[in-house]
Write a protein that binds this ligand. Structure first.
Ligand SMILES: Cc1ncc(COP(=O)(O)O)c(C=O)c1O
Length: 407
């Protein structure tokens, strides 16, 4: 089952006696002057459907930042207490042996892949839309000297073991770089890669024959939105993670933290990954504040995911009734509209949203998150109904070139 979360989080900061350290014992005074800025930002993102990365901290997260430990996570061998608390919580939730805080999802994925990919020539098998391949600035060939085998899922939604079987590259023919990692993504454009399929792929890949002395082909999961995936599917996150040798989970997407990701794997894997985190410039000094915010975010947001998904699905039904075509099943927090099929130019889409105080990307992808309000979803339906009616009435729609985000 999806993990249970309590509303509170523990302060793990060791208490020191100011006087004994020769420091002033006077109580510190934090004057938090940005409440208005924070509330305004919260109001703004309540109407922003571009992505779930746009969420801003809650007051609970700001409190957690103030309460965080401020140790140097690089110099101190034992790490920073707030970072350790977050890593331990993720280990407890996912059942993996070890965890490591990193600054972004891209860094998390690329560190994991680099840690698996020891000696070129080698290749990574993945979905042709995979973030690690399409959206990470071409990092894979640069960081890991790897090529990719991009597979189009036969069922149009997610990879299955048959797709993988057909595309694995065996070791032995010197023309072709052997598959050393299969990298999957859950969720992908809001669609779930079901546990059954992850398991079947994992069993096949892990028993795929490799030359003597070589480690088995590795399974990586880009689980940027794994909590969305397992919550919506109603499966145990531990069982899901057991299918993979490494997992990268974003804290700053559906979970709503200001920044950061967690990578998970065996103790040996994470010890090795620490070198690459440092090498990729990801050794941070006092990340406790961000880790504490992330932990507060998780406790606050994960219980809200079912209602985020329900609001997304209700909105999707209303949009289909109005006449929009939705290109992928709506299973979590995203609706992908086919604007081309509706004959709606991206500029008009953005402009009708703006008129109703809403922010969209031109691609037709609408993303819901814990700070989107019911009222914003109603406005969205009103805006897109008006657009469809105007289109059908033959009104000339704005049609200038627009760019930005996931076009
Ligand atoms: C599926 C997926 N993986 C990885 C990432 C990378 O995360 P970041 O933007 O934090 O580098 C993203 C970002 O949108 C994503 O959607």
């Amino acid at each position: 089952m999806a993990p249970s979360f309590s509303e509170s989080h523990e302060d793990t900061t060791p208490i020191t006696n100011g006087k004994a350290n020769g420091l002033s014992n006077s109580s510190p005074t934090f004057h938090y002057t940005s409440t208005t800025k924070l509330r305004n930002a919260q109001h703004q993102v309540a109407h922003d459907f571009r992505s779930d990365v746009v969420t801003v901290p809650t007051e609970g997260m700001m409190q957690a930042i103030i309460d965080a430990s401020v140790q140097d996570d690089m110099y101190n061998e034992e790490g920073d207490p707030s970072v350790n608390a977050l890593q331990d919580r993720m280990i407890e939730l996912t059942g993996k042996e070890a965890a490591l805080w990193v600054v972004s999802g891209t860094m998390g994925n690329q560190i994991c892949l680099r840690t698996h990919l020891v000696q070129p020539p080698h290749s990574v098998l993945l979905d042709h839309r995979a973030h690690v391949h399409c959206w990470e600035s071409g990092a894979l060939p640069v960081m890991s000297q790897a090529v990719t085998t991009q597979v189009v899922p036969k069922n149009g939604v997610h990879l299955t073991v048959d797709d993988v079987k057909k595309n694995m590259i065996a070791d032995g023919n010197i023309h072709f770089p052997p598959t050393r990692v299969v990298s999957l993504e859950n969720t992908l454009s809001g669609t779930i890669l079901p546990l059954k399929h992850a398991r079947e792929i994992s069993e096949y890949v892990r028993s795929y024959p490799v030359p003597e002395g070589m480690k088995p082909v590795a399974m990586h999961l880009d689980g940027a939105r794994l909590f969305d995936g397992v919550t919506a599917e109603g499966v145990d996150i531990k069982e899901y993670c057991a299918c993979f040798d490494s997992v990268s989970i974003c804290l700053s997407k559906g979970l709503g933290a200001p920044m950061g990701s967690i990578i998970l794997g065996s103790k040996n894997f994470i010890n090795r990954a620490k070198f690459f985190r440092k090498m990729f410039g990801g050794g941070t000094r006092q990340p406790g504040m961000m880790a504490a915010a992330a932990q507060a975010a998780m406790e606050h947001t994960v219980p809200k995911l079912p209602s985020v998904h329900a609001l997304t699905k209700r909105t999707a039904s209303a949009l289909s009734e109005i006449g929009y075509t939705i290109t992928l099943p709506v299973q979590t927090n995203m609706i992908v509209l086919d604007l081309e099929a509706a004959g709606i130019p991206p500029a008009a889409f953005i402009s009708y949203g703006k008129k109703h105080g809403l922010t969209f990307f031109p691609s037709g992808r609408l993303v819901f998150h814990h700070q989107i309000s019911e009222e914003a979803a109603s406005r969205l339906i009103t805006a897109l109904r008006e657009l469809m009616m105007d289109k059908k009435a033959g009104k000339e729609l704005e049609n200038y070139k627009v760019s930005g985000g996931y076009t």
